[in-house]
Design a protein. Structure first.
Length: 279
């Protein structure tokens, strides 16, 4: 598969064809667009407006809520503070990481909506893998997720806005706003564009889902570039769905061909290891 499929998620609970499409997307490309998902466009726009208001503040104001360590993993991350590809310069973006500790009512509503959608997607994954429908949901019920507001300022450079990387958790929901730039790497090594498509969100599988499924579901590398002739700010919102900290990520019996490709690891240990290498 050389293109990212667009999947209608409206009847995910009863339509076997949707399950097949999701399975194919996860095994062949690791990315998909979803349309007709259960988050209102008004709530999404409201969250983007909140994001823009935050990033438009002076740097000294944003720094008052600066990210401090990988254990809490919350707060403001300045430009080039993060290095998603350790072999490249720091990323040309700023971010604000939000957890369930937030007190903002509009963000709480959006966080919960993303959580609910993530559980629905995980149930679809369970169906696709012929597991009990609540298998993944039961391992993601302690809200160890992270909502990330992202701003990529205009740049007069060819440097990547975000270096190539894979995501750390189970699944990621990505909301893109007008300006594109996301690219994903196919299994042939080519980079293909994942533009913003109105009415859709991007969903991709992360490292822990790849480990769980013994590489059956792929955690695909991706990056953010400056689109040709469009040197404007880019805003996006990512919701990182992560398992409960004490969940042991071991190869699913149904995904073992000969031997497991990864040793068991707790979800928390894996996340901390990846975060330490990023900051």
């Amino acid at each position: 598969m050389s293109e990212i499929p667009i999947i209608d998620f409206s009847n995910f609970a009863s339509d076997n064809e949707i399950t097949k499409q999701i399975y194919q997307a996860c095994t062949e490309v690791g990315f998909m667009y979803l349309k007709n998902y259960d988050i209102s466009q008004d709530l999404i726009e409201q969250t983007f407006n909140t994001s823009k208001e935050f990033f438009n503040q002076p740097l000294e104001i944003k720094q008052k809520s600066a990210w401090s360590n990988e254990f809490t993993n919350q707060g403001y991350v300045g430009i080039q503070r993060e290095r998603l590809n350790p072999n490249k310069p720091g990323d040309l973006k700023e971010a604000f990481n939000i957890t369930t500790q937030t007190q903002q009512p509009d963000i709480i509503e959006f966080f919960q909506a993303c959580t609910n959608l993530s559980i629905q997607i995980l149930e679809a994954f369970a169906r696709a893998l012929e597991l009990p429908i609540d298998f993944f949901a039961n391992n993601h019920n302690q809200n160890h997720h992270t909502l990330r507001l992202l701003h990529y300022p205009p740049q007069q450079t060819q440097q990547l806005r975000a270096g190539e990387h894979s995501d750390y958790g189970s699944i990621t929901l990505l909301f893109q706003h007008e300006i594109s730039g996301l690219e994903i790497q196919t299994n042939t090594g080519d980079w293909i564009k994942a533009p913003a498509i109105p009415g859709t969100i991007v969903v991709n599988t992360g490292d822990l889902m790849q480990r769980w499924t013994n590489n059956k579901f792929c955690s695909t590398k991706h990056r953010v570039v400056i689109p040709d002739n469009i040197n404007q700010s880019r805003y996006s919102i990512a919701f990182f769905c992560h398992p409960n900290d004490d969940t042991q990520i071991t190869c699913l019996p149904s995904c073992i061909n000969e031997l497991p490709m990864y040793p068991p690891i707790s979800a928390k240990e894996y996340l901390l290891t990846r975060l330490k290498s990023t900051y």
